[in-house]
Design a protein around this ligand. Structure first.
Ligand code: C2E
Ligand code: CA
Ligand code: CA
Length: 605
């Protein structure tokens, strides 16, 4: 290295430094002070070395030599020390004081090369320490080894060279250290399994957003995602399959986020998406949530031998409001996620006060649900399903209502999942079937012949082996034509277990009742699968109907569903028709029947 290449003012105290880098600088500085303070001690060590090297010249022979050794060593130590403190190369003059021929009288005798011994003494303290920091800071062994090699550099180089070499070594160490630090910093902020940002990084980014005054920022939203039935994958196929599932989920979720969004894994089966810069936070976040539930519902092939697994996602959305902090926003998204999960999973919920209310009153509702039907608190409302060619009501869907003594009217979206969870759904569901069949038998005999009734059957009821016998019993007791009873089963229930589904549906079909797939399009069902099952009706979910007829909202999906249904000889019902435009579009798409607020809201008989 020649003179020009060394910028004497090289000061490696760079600008933007992380905490750990500051630590290194601080430690070098301390060491520098120590080298300076211990210059006398170092000089004594060099003298010792000198005496060993020149036994014949004997300690006292040349006091001048000894004095010079001490002086030069102390100067060298001071220079090295200052270099460590300021990381600034010694000035030319200083170097000359130590090394220039003629200026240091003993230069020939005690070559500056020998002064390097000073460095070797220094090394003993320094490198032991570098090694120790190295381990503390996780500098790679290679870096430590090369530092140690450097420590062995030939004794003929001058102090200036030592300083230079130290400098270059120092830079190299810094580089390696910063790579290490980057890796460490990355590890500290990312999840080891999926490589996604972890909670710390997420909260950091979230805090940057919440710190901005709300008038200076766009809206943003947090999506809290939890995988439904994740535990069953772990239980059925082992933890490595569970890990593989999480990695695949992470990859699919990466596919649904936009640049600028943060996808993080909080641990377990919990993920979070942070969506900044939303101009219409609620609808944009809802769109992302829909994409999330869609991609997670697709089957996963996992394990060895590979098996197909079906899971789904419950998503809670928190929309940032003025004065929100990161923690409360995450808590709200989490609460909304619970609400989505409590509703049976595979869906999303945007946080609002009703989320808190339902979480708060949940334990009480769970408790009070026992015997609610027996106490006369449950009633059945009916919503008409209209035939689109004749405009006549062809059947009525039975929808349960609960009038709670303290909370008033509680909707089925809230209490049916609680009933499922507590097992109350079995007696409650039977009560609704009994009630609806009795009502239908009554209106049939009072001049409304031909108008059927539909009853919703949830997952736990559906897998209850006693259900077919119960239904057969109720039909027998009332003498109702079994064709007038339709049982609605949601798609997600159908999909969970193929063999059990087939058995249960066959047994119900045997009785002669009609079977409908409810909320069609929200779960995952394969065509082949639908073909094997004795289904009569597809009810296209409201989410596909809503907005039909609006600009840019074509009926392609509904058209495809109708086509599919035709090929399987199924009747198609459009759910949730609210506007004349939607009605027009579902008619045009070829739906046979429709249901929705436009045609009639649910109400008492
Ligand atoms: P579902 O089977 O999809 O029932 C249709 C739901 O959509 C009803 O809500 C109905 O009021 C609502 N709906 C109908 N038309 C429209 C419309 O045009 N726009 C909008 N926005 N909504 C419309 P409801 O009564 O709150 O029932 C919610 C869910 O609770 C039902 O969804 C069903 O899955 C479940 N459920 C209701 N009663 C029972 C029951 O007796 N047993 C079981 N297992 N589940 C039930
Ligand atoms: Ca239904
Ligand atoms: Ca439905």
């Amino acid at each position: 290295m020649n003179e020009e290449q060394v910028d004497p003012s090289v000061n490696v105290n760079g600008s933007a430094r992380s905490g750990a880098e500051l630590d290194l600088d601080a430690q070098l500085e301390l060491l520098g002070h120590e080298v300076q303070a211990r210059a006398g001690e170092i000089a004594a060590a060099v003298l010792q070395w000198w005496d060993n090297r020149h036994p014949e010249s004997s300690r006292a022979t040349d006091l001048q030599i000894r004095e010079d050794i001490v002086r030069t060593t102390e100067l060298g130590a001071a220079t090295l020390g200052r270099f460590l403190v300021t990381r600034t190369l010694p000035s030319a003059e200083e170097r000359d004081t130590i090394s220039a021929p003629g200026k240091a009288p003993l230069h020939d005798t005690i070559s500056i090369g020998e002064l390097t011994k000073l460095y070797l003494v220094w090394r003993d303290t320094t490198y032991e320490r570098l090694g120790r920091w190295g381990h503390e800071l996780c500098i790679s062994d290679k870096a430590i080894a090369s530092a140690k090699d450097f420590a062995r550099i030939g004794s003929d180089s001058s102090i200036v060279n030592v300083v230079r070499e130290f400098e270059s070594e120092f830079h190299k160490l810094r580089r390696e250290l910063s790579e290490e630090q980057q890796r460490l910093a990355h590890n500290a902020l990312h999840d080891g399994l999926t490589g996604l940002p972890n909670r710390t990084l997420l909260v950091d980014r979230l805090e940057q957003l919440t710190a901005k005054p709300s008038r200076n920022r766009q809206g943003f939203a947090v999506l809290f995602i939890d995988i439904d039935r994740f535990k069953s994958v772990n239980d059925l196929a082992g933890h490595s399959a569970g890990d593989a599932l999480l990695i695949s989920v992470a990859a699919r979720l990466r596919g649904v986020i936009r640049t600028g969004d943060t996808l993080a894994r909080l641990g377990g089966d919990e993920f979070v998406i942070l969506c900044p810069d939303l101009s219409d936070p609620e609808s944009e976040a809802a769109a992302v949530a829909e994409r999330v539930t869609a991609v997670v519902s697709q089957p996963f092939r996992l394990g060895d031998p590979a098996q197909e697994f079906y899971v789904s996602a419950s998503v809670g959305v928190g929309i940032a409001g003025a004065g929100d902090d990161a923690e409360s926003l995450l808590l709200r998204a989490d609460a909304a996620m619970y609400a989505a999960k409590n509703r049976g999973g595979s869906g999303f919920q945007i946080y609002d006060e009703s989320v808190d209310r339902s979480l708060r009153r949940r334990p009480e509702l769970l408790n009070d649900l026992h015997g609610a039907a027996g106490r006369g608190e449950i009633s059945v409302h009916y919503q008409p399903v209209v035939d689109l060619s004749s405009d006549r009501i062809v059947w009525l869907e039975a929808l349960a209502r609960w009038d709670h003594p303290r909370f008033g009217r509680v909707g089925p979206d809230e209490f049916i999942p609680l009933a499922e969870e507590s097992g109350v759904i079995l007696p409650l569901g039977r009560w609704v079937i009994e009630h609806a069949v009795a009502d239908c038998a009554r209106w049939t005999s009072s001049g409304r012949a031909g108008v059927g009734v539909a009853v919703n059957v949830s997952g736990r009821q559906f897998t209850d082996d006693g259900l077919p016998d119960f239904v057969a019993g109720v039909i027998g007791d009332t003498g109702l034509d079994p064709k007038l009873l339709t049982l609605e089963i949601t798609e997600s229930v159908i999909v969970t277990s193929e063999a059990a589904t087939q058995r249960a549906l066959d047994a119900l079909k045997e009785i002669g009742v009609r079977l409908a797939i409810d909320d069609f399009g929200t779960g995952y069902s394969s065509l082949a699968y639908l073909r094997r099952l004795p289904i009569d009706v597809l009810k296209v979910d409201r989410s596909f109907v809503s907005g039909l007829g609006d600009a840019g909202n074509d009926a392609a999906i509904v058209n495809a569903m109708v086509e599919l249904a035709r090929s399987l000889r199924l009747a198609v019902v459009a759910e949730g028709v609210e506007t004349a435009a939607e009605l027009e579009m579902v008619k045009r798409a070829g739906c046979d029947e429709a249901q929705g607020y436009l045609l009639g809201r649910p109400g008492p008989l």
